[in-house]
Design a protein around this ligand. Structure first.
Ligand SMILES: N[C@@H](CCC(=O)N[C@@H](CS)C(=O)NCC(=O)O)C(=O)O
Length: 233
């Protein structure tokens, strides 16, 4: 039995965390049964991050490792329909989302004033109200450290938006007129792209990055298509 430990839904998307949404989308695409346990504190995970799963009682962390573990355990391959080039694209698209576009999303949620105003109460709802301002500052300090470590905070807000535009242009171009990043059928990269794009396009959050993502008509249509296919029930 798979138990998925993740944040609860918020902002009109099944998960406010692109990584949690990526993994649950993968589970649904694979047709695997799972139960969910909501957690608000990533430090409860074996690697200090969410999501993580338990598979027959054993904890596994990190979406890439979880996806690989499940594919080996249940003997399937979500990318079976892809040739070597397609597999290469799938890894590249996933890395673009996980390692670049998601950190930009984090910046515009947590460190940019407009985003932080909207996320702080929702994301800190598990924290007693009097402690929320101090915990908010603590989280912002941690996130600033993480994004500084990635080199992102050496750039101005406008330059970060420029990087985000490059990422969205790349995704829009790679999708082209295909229904999914996997082609006629979704592949593993669709889990990663939906995880972050739904959080930019379908989420009720208003940030300059969310606005920018919503200006890509094909990506908006893609999110609607994925939502109808994977999340309708
Ligand atoms: N590489 C990890 C990233 C997971 C991740 O960064 N999760 C975020 C939530 S979206 C988290 O738990 N952050 C807490 C932290 O970094 O301390 C994966 O693919 O699962």
């Amino acid at each position: 039995m798979i138990t998925l430990f993740q944040f609860p839904p918020a902002f009109n998307v099944p998960n406010v965390s692109p990584f949690c949404l990526k993994l649950e989308t993968f589970l649904r695409l694979a047709g695997l049964e799972y139960q969910i346990k909501h957690v608000m504190d990533p430090r409860k995970g074996p690697k200090g991050k969410l999501p993580f799963i338990t598979l027959d009682g054993k904890a596994v962390a990190d979406t890439a490792i979880i996806m690989r573990t499940l594919q080996q355990y249940y003997e399937f391959d979500l990318d079976a329909g892809l040739d070597a080039r397609g597999r290469g694209w799938a890894v590249s698209i996933t890395r673009l989302c996980d390692e670049h576009l998601v950190p930009l999303l984090v910046y515009f949620r947590w460190l940019d004033e407009q985003g932080f105003r909207q996320v702080k109460d929702v994301m800190l709802r598990g924290v007693p109200a009097p402690l929320r301002p101090a915990v908010g500052v603590m989280l912002q300090r941690k996130i600033r450290g993480d994004l500084k470590g990635r080199g992102l905070l050496r750039h101005s807000r406008e330059e970060l938006l420029g990087f985000a535009r490059d990422d969205l242009e790349a995704l829009d171009g790679m999708l082209g007129d295909l229904p999914y990043f996997g082609g006629a059928q979704p592949c593993s990269a669709d889990a990663a792209t939906y995880g972050v794009l739904a959080n930019l396009i379908l989420s009720t959050l208003e940030t300059p990055l969310n606005d920018m993502a919503r200006s890509y008509e094909r990506l908006v249509a893609y999110c609607d298509r994925m939502q109808a296919r994977v999340w309708a029930s």
